[in-house]
Design a protein around this ligand. Sequence first.
Ligand SMILES: Nc1nc2c(ncn2[C@@H]2O[C@H](COP(=O)(O)OP(=O)(O)OP(=O)(O)O)[C@@H](O)[C@H]2O)c(=O)[nH]1
Ligand SMILES: [Mg+2]
Length: 421
Amino acid sequence: MFLDEVEISIRAGKGGNGCVSFHREKYVVKGGPDGGNGGHGGNVLIRATANKNTLHHFKGVKLFAAKNGNGGEGGNRAGRAGQDLVLEVPVGTLILENGKLIVDLIQDGETFLATRGGLGGKGNANFCSSTRQLPRFAELGEPGEEKDLKLELKLLADVGIIGLPSVGKSTLISVVSAARPKIADYHFTTLTPNLGVVNHRGETFVVSDMPGLIKGASQGKGLGHQFLKHAERVRIFWHLVDSNSPKPLTDWRTIREELRKFNPELAQIPEVLVLSKADLAENNSLQKLAAKFGEKTDSKIFVISAPTHRGVEELLNFSLEILAQTKSTKPEVKKELPIFRPHMEAQSKAYAVKKKNKKLFIVTGPRIEQIAVMSNFANPEAVARVQDVLEKFGIGREIRRLGGAEGVKIEIAGKILVWWG
Ligand SMILES: Nc1nc2c(ncn2[C@@H]2O[C@H](COP(=O)(O)OP(=O)(O)OP(=O)(O)O)[C@@H](O)[C@H]2O)c(=O)[nH]1
Ligand SMILES: [Mg+2]
């Protein structure tokens, strides 16, 4: 089945723990601290690729996790960073979080940093100071971010090939591009859209071959209705009508009607009328048919044949021309992707202090919470460092202002310490 919507959980890697170690060497009595930093956790990246047409490869897997960073080691050796996990999705994939669109990947290679790996914890060598010469603590690795995301595919193509079943849509894409979809003389051969890249006169454009539409498709009949939403993002249609059909005009109207019913905007997309299988018809009757269509539509009409290639060159020439004219309906490339800067210390030292009661204060703020998460509260020296940071950030002053004193409890990121005051 064509998979164009999936829900996945992604988890970036945890940073490796910093190491507590002291330099040891013969004849050196008291070596200095030399515990290395933990490696950063791997990020989860989502990358659009032209090599995929569906989200099928996500089927059955719920959690996608990047690798954790390794712990630091003695001798100031840093732990290895966890490998990033790159999830490939087709171009045209929307990424939603809690029902809200966060990004629309519309270009081949476009990459979105979906969850950030945790920072590696600093080794004890980083915590030397004049007052703390032999730090016996190191930071813990930061956990990686986790998210539940929904991926929704709306294929992006310049040209969408539409028409009733068996009119020759797949045959045409196989003639104009390297795509090799299944072709057969029964209806509904094509079950999922196929994309093909057309190279013509030094230009390229992407064509998508859709499953056949039938009357009632907009209400869910046949297969086509699930694919009509993919037609929303094409710039022009090649509307194929079998020139040997008993009622070509009715065929054409049927599809126009379904487009309109599904989404009136679809009916606004310019179409090129393509009368297919010309090799099976008399030239005379083809001319008459083209004339009849000419009375009903202003669309440009081409008569083509896949085996003889009649009309194909002309169709491509004309399509290049109108593609150059039509304003791209592709979403504007808004380069508002979050800048790729993983593994940064939280920049903001902003904080807020809430007095829960006389004995408990809750402290929030990006950097202070990150420090708390990365501190081992079972290690008194690590706690002492948090106490120092509270003072340095001005949080201590704020707690005093709110009536706090030595011995009150302070909760940060779910962890609790007893304040030194
Ligand atoms: N003689 C002739 N036969 C053609 C031509 N184009 C397609 N056919 C035949 O028509 C049949 C249907 O072709 P497909 O390309 O599978 O048609 P489709 O529109 O993709 O059909 P669905 O995927 O089922 O909607 C096949 O047997 C093709 O070989 C053509 O130009 N001339
Ligand atoms: Mg087909």
